[in-house]
Design a protein around this ligand. Sequence first.
Ligand code: NDP
Length: 464
Amino acid sequence: MPSYDFDLFVIGGGSAGVRCARIAAGHGARVGIAESRFWGGTCVNVGCVPKKIMVQAAEYGQWAADAGAFGWDIENRGHDWSVLREARDREVARLNGIYRRLLEGNGARVFEAHARFLDAHTLQVGEERVTAERIVIAVGGRPIRPDLPGIDCVMISDDLFTLEKRPEKIIIVGGGYIGVEFAGLLHALGSEVVLTYRQRWPLRGFDQELREGLAEALTAQGIKINPGETITGFGAAGDGRIVELASGRVLEADAVLVAVGREPATQGLGLEEAGVAVDARGAVAVDEDHVTSVPHIYAIGDVTDRLNLTPMATAVGHALADTLFGGRPRRASYDNVPKAVFSSPPIGSVGLTEEEAAARGPTDIYLTRFTPMRHTISKREGRRSLMKVVVDAKTDRLLGIHMLGEDAPEILQGFAVAVVNGLTKAQLDATIGIHPTAAEEFVTLRSPARRAGDTQDEGGREEV
Ligand code: NDP
């Protein structure tokens, strides 16, 4: 048996890689991990964490503005971007340190360097050459820069976190997670926002009624939406930026954010030296156990482009470490993964959408729309909630639960347990509500709003 420097070497210190390395080291493996940019990866540094802090900043402004309706006399002299930026960056730096210390505390050897394959067991890590019996690729993804004229003069999501000042007017291209999240938060912080996307509705893949509800809510708040628009190019005009649309229109703003998805960050890794195969999108191809085309090399997280969400990446990294070194072979399930979009209002979602369920068979749809109590008083526009339960009409099993409305991500985390565990609508109904809350609606929806997916029924809704 050849002897290697490490039992496991992990390339990439993001959510997937750090979890895998930490747990493997905790199981007693000799682990090395390399990260060339920042510990914690996209989520901690240029994703979920700093974004959520900015969402919270936006909410404070709205609460301060609404507080008058509840009797508070608050003088709001505006938002100081630099204070937010400093607080956010401090928190990110704190988390960076925690990630690194967690690894070292578990006995992993940490390399702050770029790693690339020299062969299937050998890596060049900065100045050092190391060998490992098993190698995990966990290098994540990066924002796509579409091949369009002028693309270099616009921002991608990473740039949002280094902005010195908030743009007074911004055009956001892309109706996905990042597009709608930043449209809501920048608008609430005071920017004029134009959101442009190529579909008729934002958030393709989410329940159609939620997509429509979100588009309505964004418009009601004052965000200008341009659906069904294709971009042909970008340009600079003085200090400003322009976006050219296929319709011939030209939009102008102080800044443009392009958020049209992310791609696996496999460049410069030397995958070909190791014989690791990639698919057409450049994602590392893996089997159900996250094994690549080389049996002792694995890939986890966004670089596999399976389900690009942090909790999925950490779950997969943990399961792989337990499988390889913990004597506990297992797979993290990709079924019924709950999702949240921190839009304004936010979305929480688990399981099948109405459209997906209806395509499989008769489905009962339970639905409620209401103005949350807070906003019957504040009169704030664009805050109506929509809650939907998707039920298999034959078995009474819960297939999906979806919410657009305040606290939706918090509420859905708990209700996801019901869908993941195959509970029935009757079991939901047997749970007493917590009053007065919005969440109680999920256990008090007595009669279906409609039956979808029935051949007799014309009411099934179409994905647009
Ligand atoms: P998404 O995949 O969510 O959305 C991409 C958007 O860009 C879609 O509206 C898509 O339209 C559009 N698009 C794609 N290609 C083009 C193109 N060539 N021209 C014009 N529009 C285009 O990507 P994001 O960048 O918003 O986010 C990246 C990923 O990061 C997410 O998919 C998610 O995995 C993760 N993320 C998760 C968050 C969360 O969990 N809350 C928050 C932020 C990001 P179409 O629908 O037509 O393809």
